[in-house]
Design a protein around this ligand. Structure first.
Ligand code: ADP
Ligand code: DP6
Length: 388
């Protein structure tokens, strides 16, 4: 058994919405590009050990909170991880745990905690699969390589953000830049981690990075655009309206919408334009422009879902209360724009100076709701101590 590794990740909240093209293992490439902010106030913490399975009687095990997960749900993710890392391990045995080389079979033993509701529309799949990727990969490295590798990833994130300036580097070219890690031949770099995370969940490819990210249409990886300190005043106020598991997973909703909504194609055609404008607004830190595009993005996504057969309707009456409240506050001059994901929760984008006034208004409208305020947060982080 190897020393356990703990990795944390935070949800990446889509300001402009991703929708998977062909959801399923390995093929959930984005049909629509997304632009997201990684949040700093809620997180997933995942601990992984590699265990021997010489009798072949123990496969990968994953427990989230106190719920043992069905192995099938993660089979595609682990299979891809082994397929990608296997050749690297064989070619660079000196960097990896000796027990994962030619020795007996091995498996991942995973314990994970989300400090927010799972599968409720708060992007647990984004932080969950990103933290799982970070913890699994680090658990395979020899302990003495882990800290230098983690430090090199921090430097790589900065250098990738710098390379992502005008003119925008083409997706295919950019992918090559971050696949490997300078100074660590054979060890996966950040874009490889993003691609591995994407196998579990599209939005997880973004949570590998901090700050602001882009998941381009058709790309297998997310791109880091700007670090968390690019726009320190940016805030997302999560307004949790229900902690229940959503009735239809986002993946099923994606498939159904793609297969049955007459508006699907129109939305997919329109989305790239919105994403390009949103990138420009982000670069200028133009909250009004970005906020307006955010509203276009989520309402076009939901209009498409409402038109599916059977219709996909995640909204609760309270969702509409918050949407109307945001419109009312905007009409009074407050900078606040809402968005929603596959779930009933509403998320408000604003700037730090307006947070107190917005919170007062939310409390007045929905006294039992406890909003959570987030600034731009970090991507993957590995921690020494763990309470898991
Ligand atoms: P959400 O809106 O929370 O992202 P989804 O239905 O899209 O909901 O995804 C929920 C799924 O994400 C869970 O069923 C589980 O498969 C995965 N997930 C959530 N949390 C974790 C975690 N901590 N570790 C690994 N996978 C997770
Ligand atoms: C509406 O990343 O959860 O929240 O790739 O099937 O795992 P899979 O989907 P997931 O989808 C998130 C969709 C969304 C928009 C977004 O986060 O971009």
């Amino acid at each position: 058994m190897t020393t356990p590794v703990t990795c944390t990740a935070r949800p990446s909240l889509a300001l402009i919405k991703y929708w998977g093209k062909n959801p399923g293992p390995g093929v959930n490439l984005p049909a629509t590009p997304s632009l997201a902010m990684t949040l700093d106030s809620i997180e997933t913490r995942t601990q992984v050990r590699v265990v021997q399975t010489s009798n072949g009687n123990l496969g990968d095990q994953i427990v989230i909170g106190d719920e043992v997960q069905s192995p099938e749900a993660f089979a595609g993710f682990f299979q891809n991880l082994r397929q990608v890392l296997g050749p690297l391990i064989r070619a660079n045995a000196q960097s990896f745990e000796p027990s994962v080389g030619e020795g007996p079979a091995w498996a991942f033993d995973v314990r994970s905690q989300n400090n927010f509701p799972t599968a409720a529309g708060l992007a647990s799949s984004a932080s969950g699969l990103a933290a799982l990727t970070g913890a699994c990969v680090a658990s395979l490295l020899r302990p003495e390589f882990r800290t230098p590798w983690e430090r090199a990833l921090v430097d790589q994130e900065k250098s990738l953000q710098e390379k992502r300036t005008e003119p925008l580097t083409a997706d295919s070219e950019f992918r090559e830049l971050g696949r490997e890690l300078p100074g660590f031949p054979g060890l996966p770099g950040l874009l490889s981690l993003s691609a591995l995370a994407r196998y579990g969940s599209g939005s997880a490819s973004r949570s590998v990075f901090g700050g602001f990210t882009l998941f381009p249409q058709g790309s297998p990886v997310a791109h880091p655009l700007e670090s968390a300190d690019f726009w320190p005043e940016a805030r997302i106020i999560l307004v949790p309206l229900s902690s229940a598991r959503k009735p239809v997973s986002s993946r099923i909703a994606m498939n159904r919408t793609r297969d049955t909504s007459p508006y699907y194609e129109a939305w997919v055609n329109d989305a790239p334009k919105v994403a390009v404008e949103a990138q420009e607004a982000l670069k200028k830190r133009d909250e009004e422009k970005l906020g307006t595009l955010m509203i276009n993005s989520y309402l076009r996504m939901f209009s498409t879902m409402f038109a599916a057969q059977p219709p996909v309707v995640y909204w609760l009456p309270e969702s509409l209360v918050v949407i109307r409240l945001a419109a009312e506050l905007r009409s009074k001059g407050l900078p606040v724009w809402e968005t929603m994901d596959a779930g009933p929760q509403v998320k408000l984008f604003t700037l730090s100076s307006s947070v107190p006034e917005i919170l007062r208004a939310v409390e007045q409208a929905l006294p039992s709701v406890v909003p959570v305020v987030s600034g731009p947060g970090n991507g993957l982080q590995w921690v020494k101590e763990s309470t898991l």
